[in-house]
Design a protein around this ligand. Structure first.
Ligand code: ADP
Ligand code: MG
Length: 698
């Protein structure tokens, strides 16, 4: 049997393969493209394509595909085989540099938010050489960006790469001011922790809500939920352990650094965290991870639920986005340094993040907005919709001292004058952890916890990178002009703390009192739902900022506004239709059948024994009959509301109507059905219960 180091990355055209299969000059030229973004000439592309094809064919591949991330949020691929006819009637395997670099999928079936006129259906995909090609299902997959013919991004990768470039540009300016001239580039890194649920395939198949929408639309609270906290880090059940073992194997073959796995708080909930990597690679890997999670589950007779809130009243699933910035020389810019000077630099980068999160709270909220995540934020152990930051006691004390020009209460009790050699060395405090903050400093990185489990991590990182780039730009503009660097630096850090300390909150983020304080006293934003926040994507302050860094064009922003709202509306409409269908065709008939049998039982009982008590049976018949009438009425109301929705043309208005009407009616219908479930004999109920689903995997 092969050991992990022997098969890790065996399906990836990685640096080891490139080095061993490419001529030295070609390899050097490709490395320059990967590391420094140098332009790739066609001679190099041809040689790389040839080597890739030989390697892929030797490893069992028959096809190749440009692999991209359209705005649907999942990945897309279109496969072409390598075959090309030879004159003798056979075939040879061919793949050219041109085919490697550029593809032309028909873009008309992907969401474009109005960018693409229907007469111009073509789009093109362009190779991202910084993310390695890999083999999946006998196809060589080439990570690519996806654009319209006029050059607008139709995907999630293009703006992400642009945002990384924007941050790189501004961070280099700052580093230069601190005398770091050997740094060639600054990259952001991400380690996304992925939560998920596992249920048995057998039960999943019996629930149209899970099949059509990924979450349960009905379901009474089980007698046992997560009250005992006995699942978190608990012993992993054999079937789940077998699943995790195969998942690791598959991820490792694809060069994904799967590292940590454990049970989560809710029953049937688990987590996988990889070791962090460069943001665009982490994004590709996370998309692949979600796909592989579902595929491996199918092999084990299980279904992996990636929905943010598969079960009402039970913890939802998130994706913690651990984020940092580092130089190509290996310095983590969010790590407190060894010397005062390094610490001044660290504090400036820290302040850049604080300012970015405060100034662009709305963009961060927008970046995680989906119909699914709306159910999760602010409920059962998930961060609220209000963005705030946690820094920890030690850093807070440092910032306090700087703000007020008072002695730092740490070990050395010195005045906090930055840059001049008195800034004390402070150690990162790894002991204090806050699990309730949407955006927590965890020693040398920030953990953004608002992302939903099914979200691509792309949008969140686009907004984060660009907002931080903007802070750094403002700092660099000022510092480059300063006569006295050190006092200008001190003044700027102090000003940032004064202006933005309202975003820093170290208490319990799950507390209702916090939401009141955040919104009423501190003036922080609280966009509860997707339709509340998405229109602010087009606020002038946001579009100006994103456009000025070259991350989005106005057309691209408008299209993303449209598509996000469209996705929201479509998702909820499908859910509502599924509810109506389930209620009318399965739930109400099941209740009616049970009531009829009960009524028959009463009759039989009375015939057998005159005057016999039938209180239980009569009570059930009465209560369930009333409930079933209410269910029928609410299902009709919901169906009517769905029809009325079709008259609303504007997508934002549709979003509001869904928030204010459809979701409310869905809640009402559900309440009646869930009540009826608790009164109906289990044999009659058409679906596996919450208890069955949550405790079904042994
Ligand atoms: P937790 O206690 O929250 O589980 P861990 O230390 O296990 O935190 O890390 C969680 C994730 O953070 C992992 O994916 C890890 O690789 C990632 N991580 C660690 N250091 C960094 C860093 N400097 N930048 C980005 N991600 C990081
Ligand atoms: Mg974590």
């Amino acid at each position: 049997m092969k050991t992990v180091p022997e098969y890790f990355g065996s399906l990836v055209f990685d640096d080891r393969v490139m080095k061993s299969t490419l001529p030295a000059d070609i390899y050097a030229s490709l490395r320059k493209t990967i590391d420094e973004g140098a332009k790739l000439d066609i001679r190099v592309a041809n040689a790389v394509a040839d080597a890739m094809k030989d390697w892929a064919v030797a490893n069992g591949a028959t096809h190749y595909t440009h692999w991209f991330q359209p705005l649907t949020g999942i990945t897309a691929e279109k496969h072409d085989s390598f075959i090309s006819p030879s004159p003798d009637g056979g075939v040879i395997m061919e793949f050219s540099g041109k085919e490697l670099i550029k593809g032309e999928p028909d873009a008309s079936s992907f969401p474009s938010g109005g960018i693409r006129a229907t007469f111009e259906a073509r789009g093109y995909t362009a190779w991202d050489p910084t993310s390695y090609a890999f083999i999946k299902d006998k196809s060589l997959c080439i990570p690519t960006a996806f654009c319209s013919y006029s050059g607008e991004a139709l995907d999630k990768k293009t703006p992400l790469l642009r945002s990384m470039e924007a941050l790189n540009r501004q961070a280099l300016r700052i580093l230069k001011l601190f005398g770091n001239t050997d740094v060639k580039c600054v990259r952001t890194s991400v380690g996304p922790e992925q939560e998920y649920f596992l249920v048995t395939k057998e039960m999943y198949d019996k629930r149209p809500d899970l099949r059509f929408t990924g979450r349960t639309l009905f379901g009474a609270k089980p007698p046992k939920g997560q009250e005992m906290d006995d699942h978190y880090f608990g012993v992993i059940k054999p079937r789940v352990a077998a699943y995790m073992a195969e998942l690791n194997d598959e991820l490792w073959k694809l060069g994904i650094l799967a590292k940590t796995e454990h049970n989560e708080v809710a029953p049937a909930q688990h987590e996988m965290a990889p070791i962090y990597s460069t943001t665009n690679i982490a994004t590709d890997h996370n998309q692949l991870t979600m796909e592989i999670m579902q595929k491996v589950a199918a092999k084990h007779g299980l279904v992996c639920l990636l929905h943010e809130k598969p079960f009402a009243g039970v913890n939802g699933s998130g994706k913690h986005n651990n984020w940092s910035m580092a130089t190509d020389t290996g310095v983590n810019l969010l790590s407190p340094g060894e010397t005062p000077y390094e610490n001044a630099q660290f504090l400036l980068f820290l302040c850049a993040v604080i300012k970015a999160v405060d100034d662009y709270q709305d963009l961060l909220r927008i970046s995680v907005a989906t119909a699914g995540n709306d159910h999760r934020l602010g409920a059962n152990e998930a961060p609220p919709a209000v963005v705030s930051m946690f820094l920890g006691d030690e850093l807070n004390a440092v910032l306090d001292a700087i703000e007020n020009d008072t002695p730092y209460a740490g070990a050395e009790k010195k005045q906090m004058k930055l840059g001049v050699n008195v800034l004390p060395k402070f150690n990162r405090d790894t002991t204090d952890r806050n699990r309730t903050s949407p955006f927590a400093f965890t020693g040398n990185k920030f953990e953004f916890r608002m992302l939903g489990s099914s979200n691509s991590i792309s949008c969140a990182n686009i907004m984060l990178n660009t907002a931080v780039a903007e802070s750094l730009k403002i700092y660099a503009d000022r510092l480059e002009q300063a006569e006295d660097f050190e006092s200008a630096l001190h003044a700027m850090i102090q000003k940032t703390i004064k202006d933005h300390k309202k975003i820093i909150f170290n208490g319990n983020g799950y507390d209702d009192a916090w939401i009141k304080e955040a919104t009423e006293e501190r003036g922080l934003l609280n966009y509860r739902t997707t339709p509340d926040c998405i229109p602010h994507l087009l606020d002038k302050k946001n579009t100006d900022m994103l456009i000025s860094h070259g991350v989005f064009s106005m057309t691209e922003l408008r299209s993303r506004y449209e598509i996000t709202l469209e996705n929201y509306c479509k998702t909820v409409v499908i859910e509502a239709n599924t509810m109506v269908d389930m209620a009318k065709t399965e739930i109400s008939p099941a209740i009616a059948a049970y009531v009829a049998d009960m009524a028959k039982a009463i009759k039989t009982k009375k015939a057998a024994c005159e005057g016999v008590a039938c209180g239980y049976e009569t009570g059930i018949v009465k209560t369930l009959s009333i409930l079933n009438d209410s269910i029928a009425m609410k299902a009709d109301e919901l169906a009517d509301a769905l029809v009325a929705l079709q008259d609303i043309a504007d997508i934002a208005e549709q979003g509001y109507a869904i928030r204010d009407t459809i979701l409310v009616k869905m809640g009402e219908l559900r309440a009646f059905v869930d009540k009826a479930e608790t009164l109906t004999a289990k044999d009659y109920w058409p679906y596996p219960s919450y208890a069955d689903l949550l405790f079904g995997v042994k």
